[in-house]
Ligand binder design. Structure first.
Ligand code: NAD
Length: 273
C-alpha cells in the first residue's frame, strides 16, 4: 500500500508499547486509527494523547480472545470511519517456564491472546477488506522468537511460530485481492510486556510461576535497554508501504536465524528419499 493517507487502521493492544508506537506513527502519516485494548484505563490514557491531532482516532475496548466483541468492534469502526484498510494484530502477552512446569491455564492464556487473537482478527477483517475492494494490509506481530525457540520459551514461541505460519500463508491467499500481509518480528523493545500478567484473566490464573521480584526488576531493566516502540511503528509503516513479508527490527539477530537454518539443513544429510 504505497498511498496510506486517509486510510483507516485498526490496531490491537494499542494502549501500550509497540501497539501505541504503531498508532502514533500511522496517525502521523494521516491514517485514521482505531485504537483497541483490553486494558480500558490504559486505553483511555493512551487515546488522550491524540486529542489535539488533526487526524481522527477512536478508542474501543476489545479483548482479542472474544470473537463476538471483534464483530461489534469492527462494526463500530466501520460505522464511524467507513472501510477499514489496515489491521495490526499486535496485542500479545508473555509467559514462560520449563515445559514440564507449564499449566493448561498458562497455555490457554498465551495462545488465547497471541494466537487466537490473530486468528480472530483475520477472520473478522480479511473478508471485510476483500469485500470493499480498495486493497489493504495486515500486520501480525510475531517475534524474533517466532523464528527460534529456546529454554523456557515453548509457550511463547509456539504462539509466535504459529503467527508466522499464518502470516506466510495469508500473504499468498490474499495477494490476489491487493491485501498485503507482513509478519512483524521484533527483537528487544522497551515496552511493558514484562508485566503482561496485569491482564491475565482470573479464570486462567492457575500457574506454577512464582513471582520473583528481583528477576522482574532485572528483566525490566533489560527491556528498558530495548528499542523505542515508536521506531518499531516507523518500521511497520515502511513495511506496509513496501509490502514487506517480514519486518525485522534488529539486524544483529540475523545470526541466530542463520544458525538455526544451518542446523535444520544439516539434518537433511543422510535423508533417504
Ligand atoms: N517487547 C518486546 O521486546 C517484544 C518483542 C517481540 C514481540 N513482541 C510482541 O509485541 C506485541 C506487543 O507487546 P508489547 O511488547 O508492546 O507489550 P505491552 O504489554 O507494552 O503491550 C501489549 C498490549 O496488549 C494488550 N493486551 C493484553 N492482553 C490483551 C487482550 N486479551 N486483548 C487485547 N489487548 C490485550 C495490553 O493491555 C497491552 O496494552 C506482543 O504481541 C508481543 O508478543 C514484543
Amino acid at each position: 500500500m504505497e498511498r496510506v493517507e486517509g486510510k483507516v487502521a485498526f490496531v490491537t493492544g494499542a494502549a501500550s508499547g509497540i501497539g501505541l508506537g504503531i498508532a502514533r506513527i500511522l496517525v502521523g502519516a494521516g491514517i485514521k486509527v482505531v485504537l483497541t485494548d483490553v486494558e480500558e484505563s490504559a486505553l483511555t490514557h493512551a487515546h488522550a494523547e491524540f486529542t489535539d491531532s488533526n487526524v481522527e482516532t477512536m478508542a474501543l475496548p476489545l479483548d482479542v480472545r472474544d470473537r463476538a466483541a471483534w464483530v461489534e468492534a469492527a462494526d463500530a469502526a466501520e460505522s464511524r470511519f467507513g472501510n477499514v484498510h489496515i489491521l495490526c494484530n499486535n496485542a500479545g502477552v508473555a509467559s514462560g517456564g520449563p515445559v514440564d512446569q507449564l499449566t493448561y491455564d498458562d497455555w490457554d492464556w498465551v495462545l488465547g491472546v497471541n494466537l487466537h487473537g490473530v486468528i480472530n482478527g483475520i477472520t473478522t477483517f480479511a473478508s471485510r477488506i476483500k469485500r470493499h475492494g480498495e486493497g489493504g494490509h495486515i500486520v501480525n506481530t510475531s517475534s524474533i522468537l517466532g523464528h527460534r525457540a529456546g529454554a523456557n520459551q515453548a509457550i511463547y514461541s509456539a504462539s509466535k511460530y504459529a503467527v508466522l505460519a499464518i502470516s506466510e500463508a495469508a500473504r499468498e491467499d490474499l495477494a490476489q485481492y491487493d491485501i498485503g500481509v507482513s509478519a512483524l518480528c521484533p527483537g528487544l523493545i522497551d515496552t511493558n510486556i514484562i508485566t503482561s500478567a496485569r491482564n491475565r484473566p482470573e479464570g486462567l490464573g492457575s500457574t506454577n510461576r512464582v513471582r520473583d521480584e528481583a528477576m522482574v526488576e532485572q528483566a525490566k531493566a533489560r527491556f528498558a535497554q530495548g528499542l523505542d516502540p515508536d521506531r518499531v511503528g516507523e518500521m511497520v509503516l515502511d513495511g506496509i508501504r513496501r509490502n514487506k513479508a517480514y519486518i525485522f527490527t534488529h539486524t544483529g539477530l540475523k545470526r541466530p536465524i542463520e544458525e538455526r537454518f544451518k542446523r535444520i539443513l544439516e539434518c537433511f544429510d543422510g535423508s533417504e528419499a
